[in-house]
Design a protein around this ligand. Structure first.
Ligand SMILES: Cc1cc2nc3c(=O)[nH]c(=O)nc-3n(C[C@H](O)[C@H](O)[C@H](O)COP(=O)(O)OP(=O)(O)OC[C@H]3O[C@@H](n4cnc5c(N)ncnc54)[C@H](O)[C@@H]3O)c2cc1C
Length: 478
């Protein structure tokens, strides 16, 4: 059911929509590869692919749903002959406009390629097609006592292909690392249509350039990923979850740095600021302390009950030494589930406050976490904006979320100013403009500020050598 606002917006867009610029002869060629039911050119279908989870909107000329790597290779060769852009897309949960066709052309929807090809219990790896939903893989391997650790908040929707293309992080990155740390091998199709394989199903591999790592985080600009082999680890048998209440978010930030400096390795260490706590409680009624300035959520896991308990106790001691006002350990699975539910619904709860939600993704070195939190509060105050902040505090990765209304042009000017200030603050503190959501379309103007023109030029050379006609996902980050 669409909201009135969304329905009105869809009607307006459909009314003003331009016809597809893909010629009927190209449509025929595409149909001959994937079949008529997998080439979508109606206005309604094209509109459905005009968004990801960012706020930009670009209508593609067509949507094509390949079933095999060979289909993709043929589509890429046609795109190079006819010179139209091709934009790979998993589930469209990306938060930087990466899977929208900002220069028109074809959106390549990879969701049909959703088979787990193999789970190897001897070598501890899984081979997947790119459209496998991350949670589907995680659930499948858990049945065998195994863990696929990368767990972006979008785990139930996002695809492994999208995760590799964005080098997705998530709640467990602090202890287990990000998608790249689990990537063993990648099969892919370069923009000119040649298929290749990089990496091996081994624990170590230094055979030539590490092209699998190059593709990881390349945001669908260098190749279309057609098969992914990931490493699995044993599922930890014991876990302990703690919450700690703080008077201010910056005090919580300092406690995070102290926990990490103590050498502890939480599996997860997340923060919710006051606004986020309040909206989550309004939404999900979990019994959160709504007067708190901030809440830290921590989990320790492992294979020895004593070792996990010792780490949780050591964390409690650090929290007590810092200014935590209340520390509570979950007493059972139900209480633990409530704690993590609070984190999982944070974005959905914030999104109810105003019509437009803009989630940002700044990351700073751990000792600067509390300074970044203070800068976010100052940016909200000076621009008279509502910002709720939550995030993977143990990684120094914060998601300041601006709650606004895109119909208010004057407010949107302040929003744009605040976004630029957020990135400037992260860079001044030695951080990055993106910890995990990528650069895509939305953050392209800020990338040179972080990496400098020389680095941008090297990236451009890599792009040109693989994609001389600038066919694959043009207009993204470079
Ligand atoms: C509620 C919510 C929570 C989130 N939480 C996290 C989080 O905790 N951590 C995190 O890292 N991200 C998070 N994200 C962001 C997003 O889910 C990730 O970036 C995810 O990896 C995108 O996967 P997708 O399948 O939706 O990809 P899409 O959004 O469809 O595409 C993302 C990019 O990958 C490219 N791409 C997709 N498939 C392929 C392929 N097969 N070959 C080549 N390129 C491809 C696209 O061109 C695009 O540039 C969150 C998003 C939401 C909405």
């Amino acid at each position: 059911m669409l909201s009135n606002l969304t329905e009105l917006k869809c009607k307006r867009i459909l009314y003003t929509m331009k016809p597809s610029r893909i010629s009927s002869s190209v449509v025929e060629k595409l149909v001959s590869i994937v079949g008529g039911e997998h080439v979508l050119v109606s206005d309604e279908d094209r509109l459905a692919y005009a968004y990801d989870s960012q706020r930009v909107e670009f209508i593609p000329d067509a949507v094509v749903r390949p079933g095999t790597a060979d289909d993709i290779a043929q589509i890429m060769r046609i795109a190079n002959e006819e010179l139209f852009p091709v934009v790979p897309r998993g589930s469209g949960t990306g938060l930087s406009g990466g899977s929208v066709a900002s220069q028109g052309g074809v959106v390549l929807d990879l969701s049909r390629m959703n088979r787990i090809v193999e789970i190897d219990l001897g070598n501890l790896h899984a081979v997947c097609q790119p459209g496998v939903i991350t949670a589907t893989l995680a659930t499948a391997v858990e049945k065998h006592g195994l863990l696929y650790p990368p767990d972006p908040g979008s785990i139930k929707v996002s695809t492994l292909g999208g995760n590799v293309a964005e080098n997705a992080g998530g709640l467990r990155a602090i202890k287990y690392g990000v998608t790249r740390n689990y990537l063993m091998q990648v099969c892919a199709v370069v923009p000119t249509g040649e298929e290749f394989v990089s990496g091996a199903k081994t624990r170590k591999c230094v055979a030539g350039y590490d092209l699998a790592s190059l593709l990881c985080g390349s945001e669908g600009t260098l190749a279309v990923i057609t098969e992914i082999t990931v490493r699995l680890v044993p599922f930890p048998r014991f876990r302990r979850s703690l919450t700690a209440v703080f008077e201010t978010a910056s005090a919580a930030g300092r406690a995070v740095s102290e926990i990490m400096a103590e050498g502890l390795t939480p599996a997860t260490l997340e923060i919710l600021d006051q606004r986020t706590i309040q909206v989550v409680e309004d939404y999900a009624h979990l019994g959160l302390p709504t007067e708190a300035g901030a809440l830290l959520l921590a989990e320790f896991d492992g294979f020895s009950e004593t070792a996990v308990a010792d780490e949780a106790e050591a964390a409690r001691a650090v929290l007590e030494r810092s200014s935590a006002q209340q520390i509570r350990e979950a007493q059972d699975a139900e209480e633990r589930e409530r704690i993590w539910e609070a984190r999982r619904v944070a974005l959905a709860a914030l999104a109810r406050v105003r019509p437009t939600t803009i989630l940002e993704d700044v990351t700073v070195p751990l000792p600067k976490l509390s300074a970044m939190i203070e800068r976010i509060a100052e940016i909200a105050r000076s621009n008279s904006l509502l910002i709720g902040t939550f995030g993977h505090a143990g990684d120094g990765n914060l998601h300041p979320t601006i709650l606004t209304d895109e119909r208010d042009a004057e407010e949107m000017e302040r929003v744009e100013k605040a976004i630029a200030q957020l990135f400037e603050a992260a860079l001044e503190l030695g951080g990055t403009v993106s910890g995990e959501h990528g650069i895509g379309f939305a953050k392209a103007p800020f990338l040179p500020k972080e990496v400098g023109e020389n680095t941008i030029e090297i990236m451009r050379r890599i792009k040109r050598s693989l994609d001389p006609n600038n066919i694959l996902n043009p207009g993204k980050f470079l």
